[in-house]
Design a protein around this ligand. Structure first.
Ligand SMILES: C[S@@+](CC[C@H](N)C(=O)[O-])C[C@H]1O[C@@H](n2cnc3c(N)ncnc32)[C@H](O)[C@@H]1O
Length: 395
């Protein structure tokens, strides 16, 4: 097993000392499921929320075939593919969306616990609705990311729940006897005159984040762009609240909203449908702006993430700013909101160009950065996508 873990990489997600591709919780899930995996037949195993392939490839290396896998982040899915190719295990699994097909008839589910209870509820309900009645769910995580509320959520959909001893600051919950299954339904709310939809785990749920609110309050009256060739871009769109707001506030505008998270993209798509603007807002799952051509955009908005899987990292935002610089045309603008403590202004200046503060409150800063002419061509270093698969999937 250690050979598999040693060979795993996070690429194309951020890599740095201390950011690992597989950890003690993955090892515990694999160890606790070893007997069940040995007894499982082809197609019996589903893996949900694997970070970079440790669970899937650990099971495949031990002989499992026909594994169905769902990873929310496109970077995680691409890392799984890259790791599997290197290890010669690519034909033992397939990636599928978070729907009935993922778990239909499954007898064993290996689950890396999501941090969001709403995401866990969606996953547990889905398994209970479609897996084999004999299914066993081996769900694990790091203690610092677990709470007893997770046990309660699992008990809503499983009659039996056993809890492992902790090992290396990790623990496993083992759920059996599925009941009260249901397919995920997005939370719904009306926010600032917009309908917002959020599946479990989407950033801020069906609410307006206070940083996002400061950005919306300060966007310009008539930005350049918004045409089919030069749509307004809502980068890292989450539930799509900024994209929906732009499509509503700027009449007739075309918008492109993208996020690497499958749950975010499903939520954004539901948000656009609920507002009747799905014909003007294309929603794509992509790593940053991987599918957008260089020097093609006039107006991009961004409320950047600072988590890569469960790890908080300051490497993500600079990577995103570099990709924004690649995609903005000279003179194009990035409107960005950030936690003031992060001091992004010098990074924005360096990566994109002159950066002006537009608003600031106790916690957040909104800036506009104008793409300077003559930046180096970053198309080879940014984009972040797997070179074999650079197109975004438009849903
Ligand atoms: C702070 S949230 C902002 C969401 C939304 N724009 C809002 O303001 O409510 C950051 C978003 O970045 C997304 N994200 C993280 N890494 C990404 C990447 N490499 N490419 C695209 N989106 C990413 C996350 O999934 C998350 O939805």
């Amino acid at each position: 097993m250690s050979t598999i873990f040693d060979a795993l990489r996070r690429w194309p997600d951020v890599e740095a000392p201390g950011l690992v591709a597989g950890d003690a919780a993955d090892r515990l899930i694999l160890d606790e499921s070893a007997g069940l995996r040995a007894a499982a037949g082809p197609g019996d195993i589903a893996v949900i929320n694997d970070a970079y392939g440790a669970l899937t490839l650990g099971a495949a290396h031990a002989g499992a075939h026909g594994i169905r896998v769902h990873i929310d982040a496109i970077t995680g899915e691409r890392a799984l593919d890259a790791n599997a190719s290197r290890l010669g295990l690519a034909d033992q699994f397939r990636s599928v969306p978070l729907d009935a097909e993922l778990v239909r008839g499954a007898r064993l589910v290996l689950l890396r616990l999501p941090r969001s209870l709403d995401a866990l509820r969606d996953i547990a309900g889905l398994i209970a609705a479609h897996a084999d009645p004999s299914v066993v769910v081996v769900a694990g995580g790091r203690l610092k990311h677990m709470s007893v509320s997770m046990n309660e959520v699992l008990r809503e959909h499983f009659g039996q729940l056993d809890v492992s001893h902790a090992r290396q600051k990790s623990r496993v919950l083992i759920a059996r006897s599925p009941r009260d299954g249901r397919d995920p339904v997005p939370a719904a709310a009306r926010v600032e005159g917009l309908e917002v939809r959020a599946y479990g785990g989407a950033f801020a749920g069906a609410r307006l984040d206070i940083g996002t609110r400061l950005l919306l309050d300060n966007l310009p009256d008539a930005p350049v762009g918004g045409t089919p060739d030069d749509p307004f871009i809502d980068l890292a769109c989450g539930t799509g609240i900024i994209g929906a707001w732009m499509a509503s506030r700027y009449p007739g505008a075309q918008v492109y909203a993208c996020d690497q998270s499958d749950v975010a993209v499903a939520s954004a798509q539901a948000t656009m449908l609920a507002n009747g603007i799905e014909d003007r807002v294309a929603v794509a799952r992509d790593d940053m702006l991987g599918a957008r051509p260089p020097a093609s955009a006039s107006f991009i908005t961004l409320n950047p993430p600072f988590h890569s899987a469960a790890a908080v990292t300051d490497l993500l935002a600079p990577r995103m700013f570099a990709d924004v610089a690649r995609v903005l045309r000279p003179g194009g603008q990035l409107w960005c909101v950030w936690n003031s403590g992060l001091k992004y202004r010098p990074l924005l200046e360096r990566a994109i160009g002159p950066t002006r503060q537009v608003a600031r409150n106790a916690k957040f800063t909104v800036t506009v950065s104008t793409r300077r002419r003559g930046l180096p061509d970053r198309s080879l270093v940014a984009g972040g996508g797997n070179p074999r698969d650079s197109a975004a999937s438009i849903r």
